[in-house]
Design a protein around this ligand. Structure first.
Ligand code: ATP
Length: 235
């Protein structure tokens, strides 16, 4: 299958500090790839680089074969890349429905609409008039994912899907992923919770101090190799 997203030898810097070193990563249509790694490994920087929020070499990232270059974040969204940012970043005083509708303003055609997002997360329909600030952390994450889906992306990027959420809530969030991918959406997931990532991903990429330390299908990667790649311990 042709690559939807292709990242080749990506470096990323914050001033003099280098956060990513020669990162390679590919994503094909409908695939779920999880990027795991400890705090500070560079996971968010990778997401920000893809969205053009951290500058990088013009041809380091290609979308459907074309260099992303300095395409601004809104242009990438139009071109089918949606980000669920760490911390959800909802409009706190706006209702659930209003937050979702804002996500659909790009009017990209596809399966996702207010009705189908409510089908995915029924609790959001029950709370559709509630302001985002009145929601639980899990419900906010559902709104953030729903808002991104409303743009009908080809690639849904989720930064720290389970961060700060109770295990039962995390299960509710992860339960939605098969339905999302069934609609053909590729998912690029940043996750600190290795077990969750392994359970949902076709491939796992482990970053360690800005470099890809390990990559493979969950079934191919041994626990020891993952621990070593994640924590930097000797295998
Ligand atoms: P976390 O799980 O803690 O979010 P991460 O794997 O997402 O970690 P990044 O946030 O990408 O890691 O950070 C990678 C490195 O870049 C870290 O050493 C971090 O301190 C540094 N870094 C991140 N953002 C900035 C910034 N705005 N300015 C300077 N350094 C930064």
């Amino acid at each position: 299958m042709a690559e939807l997203l292709e990242i080749c030898a990506l470096d990323a810097h914050y001033g003099d500090f280098q956060a990513l070193f020669g990162v390679d990563l590919t994503l094909v249509g409908g695939e779920t790839v999880a990027v795991i790694g400890a705090n500070g490994a560079g996971k968010s920087t990778l997401m920000k680089s893809i969205m053009g929020l951290v500058k990088n070499r013009a041809d380091a990232i290609r979308l459907r074969g074309a260099p992303v270059g300095d395409r601004p974040a809104y242009r990438l969204a139009v071109d089918g890349v949606s980000l669920v940012p760490e911390g959800r970043r909802l409009f706190r005083s706006l209702s659930v429905a209003e937050n979702l509708v804002i996500g659909g303003r790009l009017k990209r055609p596809g399966h996702w609409s207010l009705a189908t997002v409510y089908g995915l997360f029924p609790v959001l329909k029950e709370r559709c008039h509630a302001p985002a600030e009145a929601l639980s952390g899990g419900q906010r994450q559902m709104v953030a994912i729903g808002r991104a889906l409303m743009a009908n992306p080809d690639i849904l990027m989720i930064d720290e899907a389970s961060l700060g959420l109770a295990p039962t809530v995390v299960k509710d969030i992860y339960r939605a992923f098969p339905a999302i991918r069934a609609e053909g959406t590729a998912i690029l997931l940043v996750e600190q919770d290795i077990a969750q990532a392994m359970g949902v991903a076709d491939r796992v990429v482990c970053l360690q101090e800005g470099r890809v330390a390990l990559e493979g299908a969950p079934g191919e990667l041994g626990r020891e190799a993952i621990t070593a790649a994640y924590f930097g311990a000797a295998p």
